[in-house]
Each structure stands twice: as structure tokens, then as C-alpha cells.
Write a protein that binds this ligand. Structure first.
Ligand code: PBG
Length: 325
């Protein structure tokens, strides 16, 4: 007798019946960029198909996102004015709080997550405060990050997502939120975030490239996997409600490691470089966009992602809903 694995691959109906991984629209989060001004929808050159929206234009874009079935967005701010301390990151009248209030007023059911970091708001582009010697001052950065998270919570964020990789920031943010009564605002920690070249297109989108040095003294070394467990445990002990691994596809082993050890939901962030690589190749006719995106999404889910953060979220949601994935 021959054992025939091919017997279960005979038709799409059969393959779907026995498949081990299932994507769902409810796991998708769509990242969006908010810039200053009004009446603006500006193309992001490094990320074809993605735009920067002024706060007043965001609701129109959200209508399209919501109609695709996606129920959660991750908002990034791109302020006009950047300074040493990133003060627009904790301005109650800043781009993200303004956009957030409008989004929540029009779409109260939409889950709004805000990225908490300084790099989009500082003139030096680092995620924390530089010292005179060029190093990044961990502990001086914590109160600023906590202030930013509070500012977003006040404007209606359901979840705040610190992406700075300073030690102790989850605890500092939790303490600040609780002290002002925001005990229900959840923290999605970019717990396992690597110093990655795949953030390149994002830095153009947010104008957040560091003006000197790099992020290797705070983001993780791509050569490390076990260290992910250390970062994960620290963030859990400080009160993280959801963990994230970032980037996605190049770190599937890390994602599986974190998932197996995590008592809380785990997200994977399919970052800008992953998006733009597929877009660029698809534009040249070198690969099939839908096929590549769905395969990558299944791989991330197979490796343990409960939540998938991707710039392809609206398209992916439509493909999932139509059964064409
Ligand atoms: C802010 C932040 C970055 C990303 C998410 N939050 C950039 C960075 O760390 O340089 C990258 C997201 C992407 O590439 O899609 N710290």
C-alpha cells in the first residue's frame, strides 16, 4: 500500500476542509499615517497605494477600510513641527489626537490603536532622548512616552502601542494610564522589535529616519532569538496585554518561540519593507500580488500570529471575504 498525502489535495474544497491554518478578517489591523493640514491625501512614494491623510480626510479613508471588513487601525502621526523632545507626541491638539477624536465620533465601533514613539516627532529621529555623547537616554525618555500614551488615551485610543524599545516603558505607561483613570486602555507592546532594514519605506512615510547613528542600541539584534523571551517576559511583568513581533516574514522562528511561551495574544507586524517589496515586484509583473500576500499572511498565522498588522489589510480582507485566498 502506498500512503498518499495527495489524496487530500484533490480539490479546493477538500484542501480547505483539512487545512491547518485559517485566516480571519477579525485578526487584521491596518496601519495609517496622519499628517498635518486639511483636505490632504498624499501618496507615499516608497509605499505605493498608501497615503498620508490630514485629520479631516481620515474618516473618508476609514469608510473604505471599514467597508472591507477591517475593524482595527493603527495610527501614526507625521507632525509638521518636530523638535528635540518630540513635544507634538504629547500635544492634545496634535495630529493623532485630532484624527482620533474625529474617527471615534464617526465610527465608535472601530478599534483605534495608536503607535507610541518619539521618532516621528523628534527632529533627530530617534525613539528616545539623545544625550550629549550621542547615546539615547533611556530613563529620561520614559516620562515623555508615558505622556504621549496618556494624550492618546484622553483622545479616545482603545489600545496604545509603544514601539520605542526603551527598557521599562510598558511599566511607565501602565502607571501613568492607571493614575489618570485609564485602567481600560490596553497596551499592545512592540515587545520583540528588531533593528531592521525592512523599516526603510516607513521612515520615508513618517520622515523619521535617525539624523545620526542608528537604532541598534535600543532595537533588538537580528541575530538573537532567545533574547525575545527576555523582552517578552519583561513586558508581561510590566503589564503588557498583547505582544507583538516585528518585522514579520523574516522572523517566523521568533514569532513561533514567542507564541509558544506567551499567555497573552501575539501580533505580527508585516512591515513597510515587506509591503513595498511585494508591491515593487508585482508592479513589474514579477509576482502575483494576491498570491504573495495571502501566502505571507498564512505563514505568519501558521507561525503563531493571532493578530496581523499589515498595509494590505483592506485588500486581504476582501480576498478573505470572497474566499479567494
Ligand atoms: C516607530 C516605528 C517604526 C515602525 C513602526 N513604529 C519605525 C522604526 O522603528 O524605525 C516601522 C513600521 C514599518 O516599517 O512598517 N519607532
Amino acid at each position: 500500500m502506498i500512503i498518499r498525502p495527495r489524496r487530500l489535495r484533490r480539490s479546493e474544497a477538500l484542501r480547505s476542509l483539512v487545512c491547518e491554518t485559517r485566516l480571519s478578517v477579525s485578526m487584521l489591523v491596518y496601519p495609517m499615517f496622519i499628517r498635518e493640514g486639511s483636505g490632504i491625501e498624499e501618496d507615499i512614494v516608497s509605499m505605493p497605494g498608501q497615503k498620508r491623510y490630514s485629520p479631516d480626510r481620515l474618516p473618508f479613508a476609514l469608510e473604505r477600510v471599514i467597508s472591507s471588513g477591517v475593524g482595527a487601525v493603527l495610527l501614526f502621526g507625521v507632525p509638521e513641527k518636530k523638535d528635540f523632545f518630540g513635544s507634538e507626541a504629547y500635544n492634545d491638539d496634535g495630529v493623532v489626537p485630532n484624527a482620533l477624536r474625529e474617527a471615534k465620533r464617526q465610527f465608535p465601533e472601530l478599534l483605534c490603536i495608536t503607535d507610541v514613539c518619539l521618532c516621528e516627532y523628534t527632529d533627530h529621529g530617534h525613539c528616545g532622548c539623545p544625550r550629549d555623547d550621542g547615546g539615547i537616554d533611556n530613563d529620561a525618555s520614559l516620562p515623555l512616552l508615558a505622556k504621549s500614551a496618556l494624550c492618546f488615551a484622553r483622545a479616545g485610543a482603545d489600545i496604545v502601542a509603544p514601539s520605542d524599545m526603551m527598557d521599562g516603558r510598558v511599566g511607565a505607561i501602565r502607571t501613568a494610564l492607571d493614575a489618570e483613570g485609564f485602567t481600560d486602555t490596553a497596551i499592545l507592546s512592540y515587545a520583540v522589535k528588531y533593528a531592521s532594514a525592512f523599516y526603510g519605506p516607513f521612515r520615508e512615510a513618517a520622515g523619521s529616519a535617525p539624523s545620526f547613528g542608528d537604532r541598534k542600541t535600543y532595537q533588538m539584534d537580528p541575530r538573537n532569538r532567545r533574547e525575545a523571551l527576555r523582552e517578552m517576559k519583561l513586558d508581561l511583568s510590566e503589564g503588557a496585554d498583547i505582544l507583538m513581533v516585528k518585522p514579520g516574514l523574516p522572523y517566523l522562528d521568533v514569532l513561533r518561540t514567542v507564541k509558544d511561551a506567551s499567555p497573552v495574544p501575539v501580533g505580527a507586524y508585516c512591515v513597510s519593507g515587506e509591503y513595498s517589496m511585494i508591491k515593487a515586484a508585482a508592479e513589474r509583473g514579477w509576482l502575483d500580488e494576491r498570491g504573495a500576500v495571502c501566502e505571507a499572511a498564512h505563514s505568519l498565522a501558521r507561525a503563531g500570529a493571532d493578530i496581523l498588522i499589515t498595509y494590505h489589510a483592506p485588500e486581504l480582507a476582501r480576498w478573505i471575504a470572497s474566499g479567494n485566498f
